[in-house]
Design a protein around this ligand. Sequence first.
Ligand SMILES: Cc1cc2nc3c(=O)[nH]c(=O)nc-3n(C[C@H](O)[C@H](O)[C@H](O)COP(=O)(O)OP(=O)(O)OC[C@H]3O[C@@H](n4cnc5c(N)ncnc54)[C@H](O)[C@@H]3O)c2cc1C
Length: 387
Amino acid sequence: MRIVIIGSGIAGAGTAWQLARRGAEVVVVDADLAGRATAAGAGIVSPWNSRTLDGEELAFHAEGAAYYRTLVEDLAAEGAGETSFAIVGGLVVSPDETWLREFHERALARARRWPDAGEVTLLDPAGAAERMPLLAPELGAVHIAGGGRVDGRTLRETFLAAAAARGARLLDGAAELEVRSGRVAGVRVAGDVVEADGVVLAAGAWTAPLAAALGVPLPVEPQRGQISHFGVGEPGTASSDSASPDTASPDTAAWPVVSPAGSGHYMLAFPDSRVVAGATRETGAGFDHRVTAEGQREVLTQALTVAPGLADATLLETRVGFRPVTPDGRPVIGALETHPEVTVLTGFGAGGLTIGPYAASLAAAAALGERPGIPALLRPERFGGAG
Ligand SMILES: Cc1cc2nc3c(=O)[nH]c(=O)nc-3n(C[C@H](O)[C@H](O)[C@H](O)COP(=O)(O)OP(=O)(O)OC[C@H]3O[C@@H](n4cnc5c(N)ncnc54)[C@H](O)[C@@H]3O)c2cc1C
């Protein structure tokens, strides 16, 4: 069975690996578009930190975070490369003790339901600063030990390499659906047709026009996110180059994910003395792939309010990505009712690095004609039309 996947972000790359390990013949096509969300995503995998997620959506995100534990083992078992996933803990921070005590209760309830959240502890400002030294001195925290983070670029590469090791082919170019006699027969790339038994639409914020070609409404839109990377420690030492070790740079590898109360912004760290802070959430900016003055100001203002200790850090780069968002804010996963040969996997919004790998395992099963128990609230037909 040959399945072509359009898009190789976390959605497409994860699906490619899942399908390849299940014996399908896989072809992945990617146009390498500017603003790929996976290349910009911060990488927080700690839904228990969330101040806004609730109900079934939180449950799905928790499932996604829990799945990382299995994923890391499965990839290691087949000798795949680095996943970059690490459990570093999460800090939900606030200057308001009353708010923190209430959130502490919520987090304890979450940890009882989802044990992967780990131990939950209320910390005073000194305790919070011990975990994350750059924090503003008035911030206390709720610490959630099971919080994790991942580098989306690294995990995507590892998925693609593991899929390729199992025979998947990777093609460069923009894909269109090849429809014959009312059925999707494959995809067209640079004038050539790749025949397929099934097609997976995993084109992120660019998925809507592909579905529209089938008369299926899939209202996925780009939400621009601008996110900045900082080097902490001595200038120029934010490098993983072990040939030039520098003791002046702090070891950021175990720094937790920081989520301030009352804000959609956040901060996290990676091993190379790199701190990442973001991000804007700009709906209506279209596919405008620029770092804007206002976007940069918003990111810097929020970051320095929460972590004044970043003031002397080096601003290394600002990335821009388009989150694929739906009107109800939920992902879209599953085979189309009118075109069962087409499976959709998109609409991950701000949580794609958390839920992407798990959702990819569901999409792969759907593409193989199985019924993997996708929650009804995530299915494509909820948008009506011919979905
Ligand atoms: C600033 C920012 C911060 C984020 N932080 C987090 C976070 O901390 N935690 C978290 O869980 N999530 C986070 N996210 C969300 C997450 O990054 C996204 O939800 C996820 O990466 C979306 O993956 P995707 O594969 O659906 O889309 P993408 O990564 O955008 O991939 C889509 C791919 O499709 C290709 N493509 C499109 N059209 C075609 C075509 N016609 N033919 C061929 N190829 C095509 C593109 O080139 C692209 O490579 C963040 C996102 C942003 C932007």
